[in-house]
Write a protein that binds this ligand. Structure first.
Ligand code: GLU
Length: 416
C-alpha cells in the first residue's frame, strides 16, 4: 500500500468498541493499549554478488498475560512496524479467543523474497533470528510461519537459535518440518480450522453447505487447504485467485486438480475448464461464501459495496478495512472475523509446542480431533457473546470473548 495506513489504530478501535459493549475494566484496556515491546533490528546480508544489503526487521510482543508470546514472522515489502504491531495485537486476541495459553506477537522483515536467491533467503533468515534471539525462547516468545515464510525457514530458525544457545531448542519455533519436531496437520491447520468454523456457523445460521458456492482469494497455504476441505464437505468452489490471476467455473473447480496445475505452472491461471477472472471480479462474485485468504486490506470502502457473497470468512489477517466492515454490515453480509476464522494455525502450533515439550508425538487424527474441538468451542463462545447482546457483530463478539479472558487473567495475576 502506498499511502500510510494506520493498522494498529484499527485494532485499537475494535478493542474500544468491544470494551464499551462489555463494560471492560478501563485498567485492562490501558494495559492493552500499546504493545509491551517492539524490537527493531537491522539485518545485514552478504548477497550472492558480493554486495551487502541491510534489511529492516521487527519483532513486536503485544501482551503476555496468558502465556509466552506467540505469532508468525512474515517476509514482505510492506511488513512495516505499524503493520507488525497490529498483527501482534491480533495474535493476543486470537490466542485468547480460542483459549490458548499464549500471548500475542508478530515479526516482519521488509523484503521481497521473490527477489532473493535460496542462499540469500537462508542468510537473511538466520541473521534475523540471531538479531531477535535475546527476546525469544521456548517459554518466552515462539515464532512461526506467516506470509512468505514456511517450514523450511522455520528449520533454519531452529538451527540457528540452537547453535546460539549451545543446545537443541526445538520448542522455540513452530511450523517446523515434521522431521525436526513439526506436528502432523500443521500445514493444513489454518485451512482446516476455517472449514470447522464455517461448519459451526452454517449450523448456527442455517446455511446448507452441500452445494454452497465458495470463492477463494489466495491459493497459498491457507486458501489452498480451505478450498480442499470445503470441497470435501460438498461445497462448490466456483473461483480461486492467486497473485498472478484467477479462475472461474460456474460448475465448480476441483481444488486438488487445481493444486496440481499450480504446482506444474506456478499459478492457478489457465486451469482447464475455467474462465479467467480478475481479483476484483472474484471479490464481487455472487456466491454463498467469500474467503479472503491472502493479504490484509483487500475489502475496502471502495469495493465492499460490490460484494454479493452472503458470508465473508476472513482466512487472512485483517482483510477487511473498517470502512468495508461497515458497508458489509449494512448490506447484511455476515463476516466471520480473522481472530476466530484463521485461529486453526496457531492452535496446531500450540499442539506442536506441547508435543515438543513432552517429546511425545500425536497422530494426524489426534491433532485433527483436538483442533475440531477447540475451533467448535471457540465458535460457540463467540456465538453466545453475539446472541447475548444487541447490536454486536461477530467481530466485536470475538473481541468480547478475548478481552474477557484477558481481563480474568490480568486480575488473577494481580495486574489490575
Ligand atoms: N501466522 C499464523 C497466524 O497469523 C500462525 C501463528 C502461529 O502459529 O504462531 O495466526
Amino acid at each position: 500500500m502506498s499511502q500510510p495506513y494506520r493498522h494498529y489504530e484499527v485494532v485499537s478501535q475494535l478493542v474500544e468498541q468491544a470494551a464499551a459493549a462489555m463494560q471492560l475494566d478501563p485498567k485492562v484496556k490501558e494495559l492493552l493499549r500499546e504493545p509491551m515491546r517492539t524490537l527493531t533490528v537491522s539485518v545485514p546480508v552478504k548477497m550472492d554478488d558480493g554486495s551487502i544489503r541491510v534489511f529492516q526487521g521487527f519483532r513486536c510482543q503485544h501482551n503476555n498475560v496468558l502465556g509466552p508470546f506467540k505469532g508468525g514472522i512474515r517476509f514482505h515489502p510492506e511488513a512495516d512496524e505499524d503493520e507488525v504491531k497490529a498483527l501482534a495485537a491480533l495474535m493476543t486476541y486470537k490466542c485468547a479467543v480460542v483459549g490458548l495459553p499464549y500471548g500475542g506477537a508478530k515479526g516482519g522483515v521488509l523484503c521481497d523474497p521473490a527477489e532473493l536467491s535460496e542462499s540469500e533467503l537462508e542468510k537473511l533468515s538466520r541473521e534475523f533470528i540471531r538479531a531477535i534471539a535475546s527476546i525469544i525462547g521456548p517459554d518466552q516468545d515462539i515464532p512461526a510461519p506467516d506470509v512468505n515464510t514456511n517450514p523450511k525457514i522455520m528449520g533454519w530458525f531452529v538451527d540457528e537459535y540452537s547453535v546460539l544457545k549451545g543446545s537443541y531448542q526445538q520448542g522455540v519455533v513452530t511450523g517446523k518440518p515434521i522431521a525436526i519436531g513439526g506436528s502432523q496437520g500443521r500445514n493444513e491447520a489454518t485451512g482446516r480450522g476455517v472449514m470447522y468454523v464455517i461448519r459451526e456457523a452454517a449450523a448456527a445460521f442455517g446455511l446448507e453447505l452441500e452445494g454452497a458456492t465458495v470463492a477463494v482469494q489466495g491459493f497459498g497455504n491457507v486458501g489452498n487447504y480451505a478450498a480442499k476441505f470445503l470441497y470435501d464437505l460438498g461445497c462448490k468452489i466456483i473461483a480461486v485467485a492467486d497473485v498472478f490471476g484467477g479462475v472461474y467455473c460456474e460448475d465448480g473447480i476441483d481444488p486438488y486438480l487445481l493444486k496440481d496445475h499450480e504446482m506444474q505452472t506456478g499459478s492457478v491461471k489457465g486451469f482447464a475448464g475455467t474462465a479467467p477472472i480478475s481479483n476484483e471480479e472474484l471479490l464481487a462474485l455472487e456466491c454463498d461464501i467469500l474467503i479472503p485468504a491472502a493479504l490484509g486490506n483487500q475489502l475496502t470502502g471502495k469495493n465492499a459495496g460490490n460484494v454479493k457473497a452472503k458470508w465473508v470468512v476472513e482466512a487472512a489477517n485483517g482483510p477487511t478495512t473498517p470502512e468495508a466492515d461497515k458497508i458489509l454490515r449494512e448490506k447484511g453480509v455476515l463476516v466471520i472475523p480473522d481472530i476466530l476464522a484463521n485461529a486453526g494455525g496457531v492452535t496446531v502450533s500450540y499442539f506442536e509446542w506441547v508435543q515438543n515439550n513432552y517429546k511425545y508425538y500425536w497422530s494426524a487424527e489426534e491433532v485433527d480431533q483436538r483442533l475440531e474441538r477447540i475451533m467448535a468451542d471457540a465458535f460457540q463462545a463467540v456465538y453466545r457473546a453475539y446472541t447475548e447482546r444487541e447490536g454486536v457483530d461477530l467481530r466485536v463478539a470475538a473481541y468480547i470473548v478475548a478481552l474477557d479472558r484477558l481481563a480474568v487473567a490480568m486480575k488473577a495475576r494481580g495486574w489490575v
